[in-house]
Write a protein that binds this ligand. Sequence first.
Ligand SMILES: [Zn+2]
Ligand SMILES: [Zn+2]
Length: 157
Amino acid sequence: MARSHCPLCKAKVEPSVLDEINGEEGRLAVRVYQMPVLQCSNGHRLFSHPDFPLLLLDWLAQSGTKLPVSAAKGMLIKKYHCCACGEPLSEPDDQRHSFRLAVNLPDTAPFEIDLTMPVHRCPKCRKEQVHSLKQVRNDAPAALAHAFKSAQMTAGM
Ligand SMILES: [Zn+2]
Ligand SMILES: [Zn+2]
């Protein structure tokens, strides 16, 4: 259920949109564009839906699997290979690259999220790919939490 009044000051809340919010954790930076929120006349911000953070994380866990990930081979010493052409990835994964994802949550206006992290760039086909999807998944909740905090979202209500 969407709220109609602010839990902090009881003023009426109206749908609003946050242009851009940022958060960073570990090697992952998230940037959320045009995130729908509810805002009261005193500037308190609520999630458009109480489950919004959970739904977004769920969505991210599923959509994250669409990111290009390099293939790891080897038991003790891992070697990474290009997911597109199989070329060994000799360059270090120190190039930062942003992957833009279009977010579609139920009952929520579509918005976009950028995941920025170090990537491997294939020396042969130049495809940019993620080193470890697990790391992205581990860092995403905290990175998003930082972004929500920076936007002064009223959480937990
Ligand atoms: Zn308020
Ligand atoms: Zn390649």
